[in-house]
Design a protein around this ligand. Structure first.
Ligand code: AMP
Ligand code: FES
Ligand code: ZN
Ligand code: ZN
Length: 328
């Protein structure tokens, strides 16, 4: 990192050189720069103010722990939420990430609150088990996992009275999704991909991504400089995901054209501002789920609630799926 380079602000040895910004900074000035820019993005996209109650979804990874650290350092009212997904793999992924989140809270911000929700403890089954029972996602549990995480983050924010829900998505994450949405011209997804999403319904939390303009490399450097111990490994199910393949492609592009990712993302946001993608009208059909009250377009129960009341039973005829009802 920035060997032989000097901080632009003070002339001391630089710890990072950000080619796309033509900016090298020392430890102290880099931390200051990251926090000041986060504050700038929060204001620019009207994410939240000092009076808002922010729930930060922390996974134990560098992005979300760094986000929580930055928000607390900026003086926001920010608590954490860790969701125990029950994913083991060879590294005990969920246990390891839970430990990192707990340790961070204890060592860095002992006065902050970390809420922990264990999916298995609450619903009786961990993510891989739900996936196996419902046969959704055919093998990999990622789509079931995403569904459960979104629902539970919304629910906890609502029940505990947080009006803002913040996730640690960084620029590399956003650009990989944007790339995928653009490749397939998913107009509906493109219309909804944004640094801020308004609350689905009154009482629900606004969703914000304060790190959406920071490169993954900048997030890793921030965590390193701050001494945050985070889980390096991806979820064991992420291996081979298309998303990771797109990230590699985009890294190649960035290497040849520093700033290409940021430019792609910012041009997209500008195009949206100019009305390039308008919200698709089908969102008007949303109504509250009969069981949990969260907005859904499905009749009766939302996709999350259906996961728990439907029992898909194996049978010999591949064309018949027997669905049993039972109380969750
Ligand atoms: P991912 O979907 O793993 O790329 O994570 C995106 C964001 O979702 C993270 O930056 C976190 O803010 C949040 N997140 C992911 N996993 C968890 C978890 N187990 N508990 C709480 N938040 C999570
Ligand atoms: Fe959910 Fe990997 S399947 S984090
Ligand atoms: Zn400096
Ligand atoms: Zn529901």
């Amino acid at each position: 990192m920035g060997k032989g380079m000097h901080c632009r602000k003070c002339g001391n040895a630089a710890v990072i050189n950000m080619r796309q910004h033509r900016l090298a900074l020392c430890e102290a000035h880099f931390v200051e720069w990251m926090r000041a820019n986060t504050q700038r993005f929060i204001e620019k996209y009207r994410m939240f103010g000092p009076e808002d109650r922010v729930l930060v979804a922390v996974s134990g990874g560098k992005d979300s722990l760094a986000l929580w650290d930055i928000l607390l350092a900026l003086g926001y009212r920010a608590d954490g939420l860790y969701l125990g997904l029950g994913i083991d793999g060879s590294i005990g992924y969920s246990d390891e990430s839970h430990q990192r989140a707990e340790r961070f809270a204890r060592d860095f911000w002992p006065d902050a609150t970390l809420h922990v929700l264990d999916i298995k403890g609450t619903y009786g089954e961990a993510i891989p088990e739900v996936n196996r029972r419902t046969h959704r996602g055919r093998g990999k549990p990622c789509s079931v996992c995403g569904l459960i995480k979104r629902h539970e983050m919304n629910r906890i924010a609502y029940e505990l009275g947080y009006n803002v829900l913040a996730t640690g998505h960084n620029l590399d994450d956003e650009v990989a999704v944007l790339w995928s949405n653009t490749l397939h011209w998913q107009i509906g997804y493109l219309a909804r991909q944004a640094p801020v999403l308004p609350a689905d319904r009154p009482g629900f939390a606004r969703k914000v991504k304060p790190l959406c303009r920071f490169y993954e490399r900048e997030m890793a450097a921030y965590a390193l400089v701050r001494g945050i111990d985070y889980i390096y490994d991806e979820c064991p199910f992420a291996k081979g995901a298309t998303n990771l393949y797109y990230k590699e492609l985009l890294n190649q592009l960035e290497k040849d054209q520093p700033g290409a990712k940021l430019d792609f993302y910012l041009s997209f946001l500008r195009a949206k501002e100019q009305g390039a993608f308008t919200e698709s009208p089908d969102t008007a059909d949303l109504h509250p789920c009969e069981r949990c009250g969260q907005p859904t377009s499905a009749p009766g129960l939302c996709a999350f609630c259906r996961l728990w009341v439907e029992q898909v039973v194996e049978n010999d005829d591949p064309n018949v799926v027997i669905v049993e009802q039972h109380d969750a």
